[in-house]
Design a protein around this ligand. Structure first.
Ligand SMILES: N[C@H](CCC[C@H](N)C(=O)O)C(=O)O
Length: 276
């Protein structure tokens, strides 16, 4: 079958977007791996599927698959691209779009100068809900990784994140520590691994070794999780510029009981068709 797709990215975190409303097709893991393959397929970090909702109070269903083929709960950069896609394809005339994900409902809004604002919902800090094995909720958790002791943050944005403090992201041991932390036994669903450098109370630098992908140029949920961890730890104000290798996101969180608001760009690169 010929499958139409759109190649998009959010700060270099790149996606193959497929409209499964006008194309009736069931994506299986081997299809995801082919679409994501940068030599034998199109190439991307995640595949995003636009689907008919399963509930009356939302506009679309938004499904996310990591390059390795696994379906995941949430993708922040992908959410901004999802909004850009459904508006540009005239699949909706709304300015505020409600979409259902495995992690629940999020709201997407086209903002000024082609930015997209996403209500990512409330962060989850209770270890059992992340999921993360820990005695009790804390600002910092001791975590042994490859024989080295770290004091980390742990946050879920629907998907699990561990946040490691570093003095300089440029010299952070992302390639060495990322894969080991990703599969740490205390994270039963594995985990996205963020390396956070605090610049000041309004700005951090961040690199993310993503679960199921490896290091990406940007990670939206990772930016949210790092900002939340830094705010909980008392290092950051409630609005944070997160500088990632692919560019910057603005993250706002007013604290427990409030949602995380992420604002950033979404870019369409090209359209295509692929034999699957
Ligand atoms: N690798 C993530 C999913 C994609 C998240 C990232 N691309 C984002 O922008 O949030 C996970 O396994 O939870």
């Amino acid at each position: 079958m010929q499958l139409r797709f759109t190649k998009m990215h959010g700060l270099g975190n790149d996606f193959v977007v497929v409209d499964l409303i006008t194309q009736r097709f069931k994506l299986k893991p081997h299809h995801i791996r082919k679409l994501a393959d940068r030599h034998f397929g199109v190439g991307c970090d995640q595949v995003l599927a636009v689907e008919i909702p399963t509930r009356p109070d939302v506009d679309f269903r938004y499904r996310i698959y990591n390059a390795e083929g696994s379906e995941v709960e949430q993708c922040g950069n992908g959410a901004r691209c999802f909004a850009r896609y459904v508006v540009d394809k005239r699949l909706t005339g709304k300015q505020v779009i409600r979409v259902e994900t495995l992690a629940g409902v999020i709201e997407l809004e086209l903002a000024e100068n082609r930015q997209v604002r996403v209500d990512m919902g409330q962060p989850i800090l209770e270890p059992a809900q992340i999921p993360f094995q820990a005695e009790a909720q804390a600002e910092y958790y001791p975590l042994e990784i490859d024989g080295q002791s770290w004091q980390v943050g742990a946050v879920s944005m629907g998907n699990p994140h561990v946040v490691l403090p570093v003095d300089n992201v440029d010299t952070a041991p992302v390639a060495q520590i990322g894969p080991i932390a990703e599969s740490h036994p205390r994270f039963p669903q594995r985990v996205n691994v963020g390396f956070m450098q605090i610049i000041n109370r309004d700005k951090i630098r961040l690199r993310v070794f993503e679960r199921g992908v490896g290091e990406t140029l940007a990670c939206g949920t990772g930016a949210c999780a790092a900002a939340v961890a830094g705010i909980v730890q008392g290092h950051l104000n409630d609005t944070v510029t997160v500088e990632l290798p692919g560019g910057a996101l603005s993250i706002h969180w007013s604290g427990p009981g409030h949602p995380v608001i992420m604002t950033g760009p979404a870019t369409t690169v090209f359209e295509g068709q692929i034999q699957v």
